[in-house]
Write a protein that binds this ligand. Structure first.
Ligand code: XBP
Ligand code: MG
Length: 263
């Protein structure tokens, strides 16, 4: 029996390394299709990732570059059109298997499912992108493992606002201390922590290594697989070589004990 009832996963950067080789080429394909000479290279995209949300990222780029539209062109419509094009290209990349789940993600999901631990997603990307990523992960029916998929524009404020995690908790009917959250970025860590999710695991990636993850008690390079252990950057896994349910239970007990002032 574990001290927690659910695992809540971020998607981009946590569940899969989707940004550099997935979302970024999809944005560039959308720009080319729209006849724009915009091209986001890996470095520039890393800077733009400070803004969560594809539509919000395009708006930030337009503002930061001082780009002006054609007279009479409505900005929101222009951005929405670009984002629809981008999502179409991204879904096509996913269907070609361009993005795989990160190490240890499916292992942990299988273990949680076998132990009766509930699964949820809290992400800034669109629901369609989540469904497609899960549909092409090589595990039939994977999308049905998730009781809650809180994604994209269903909340008014995207990460680092806590909204999407608050929504996921409400739809689960659980308190933050009943859950463990998984994130990859500073924006995501802030969103989870502000939602009260003190049991927070960060799996860094090339874009987020070195960011400020606040009070996240466990930071690793990946969730790990037997034979491919996690490298621990903050916190410890004690006698687990990768992030498994036993390690998560110890983490949760430690965090929860502190919050109750117990030693
Ligand atoms: C990361 C994001 C998303 C993606 C792009 O989401 O900020 O906006 O970069 O996806 P997560 P969209 O919360 O899963 O890390 O273009 O669909 O927004
Ligand atoms: Mg993320």
């Amino acid at each position: 029996m574990f001290g927690f009832k659910a695992l809540i996963f971020d998607v981009d950067g946590t569940t899969a390394d989707t940004e550099r080789d997935g979302h970024r080429p999809a944005f560039n394909a959308a720009f080319a299709e729209a006849g724009l000479d915009w091209q986001w290279d890996a470095r520039r995209y890393g800077e733009l990732l400070s803004v969560a949300g594809g539509k919000e990222r395009i708006k930030y780029f337009i503002d930061s570059e001082g780009i002006t539209l054609e007279p009479g062109q409505d900005l929101d419509t222009f951005i929405a059109d670009l984002h629809e094009r981008k999502t179409r290209h991204y879904l096509s990349l996913l269907s070609e298997g361009a993005v795989a789940l990160r190490p240890g993600v499916l292992r942990l999901w299988r273990a949680a499912r076998a132990a009766g631990i509930r699964l949820a997603i809290a992400t800034t990307t669109t629901p369609d992108n989540v469904f497609a990523l899960l549909a092409h992960a090589g595990e039939p029916g994977l999308v049905d493992w998730f009781e809650v998929i809180a994604a994209g524009d269903v909340v008014p404020n995207k990460k680092p606002a806590a909204d999407i995690f608050v929504l996921a908790l409400a739809e689960l009917g659980l308190e933050p201390d009943d859950c463990i959250a998984f994130e990859d970025s500073d924006n995501g860590a802030r969103a989870a922590l502000d939602a009260g999710l003190r049991s927070l695991v960060i799996t860094v990636n090339d874009y987020t290594a070195g960011q400020d993850f606040g009070a996240a008690p466990l930071i690793v390079d990946q969730l790990g697989e037997p034979g491919a252990p996690s490298r621990v950057l903050v916190g410890d896994l004690q006698d687990s070589s990768c992030v498994d349910l036993a390690a998560l239970d110890r983490l949760h007990a430690r965090v929860h004990a502190h919050s109750q002032g117990l030693r």
